[in-house]
Design a binder for this molecule. Sequence first.
Ligand code: MG
Length: 137
Amino acid sequence: MLGNNETILLIEDDRVDIMTVQRALQKNNVSNPLHVARTGLQALDMLRGTNGVLKINPLPALILLDLNLPKMSGIEFLQELRKDAELSSLHIIVLTSSNEPKDRAAAFEYEVDDYIVKPHSFDEFTRAVAAILALWD
Ligand SMILES: [Mg+2]
């Protein structure tokens, strides 16, 4: 489980998936602040405090990253993040509908902590989130 003051950043463009993650966190009794970015560019602004966006402080203990995002793909986001000295060591878990081996390989090249294919049922989704949180035990 995450510490009390630790925050989570969800990078996801799909409204339904955002709500599903929020509900799955609630179901797992996680009350840590959840920040949501709808694009990778918006997420970078939130992590850096650039372009007039308030910086997430302290930086999130966990980033949940969708790969199929508008403008900048999740993989491009990872590439950018790992080049940034202040952000390069953040913990990232990919949460995507892509089961493509090339996406998985690309994500692990950027040292993500885990790669989870979005489950179809809410119960499975809740269990997937529980498994993610267990990594922080
Ligand atoms: Mg998407």
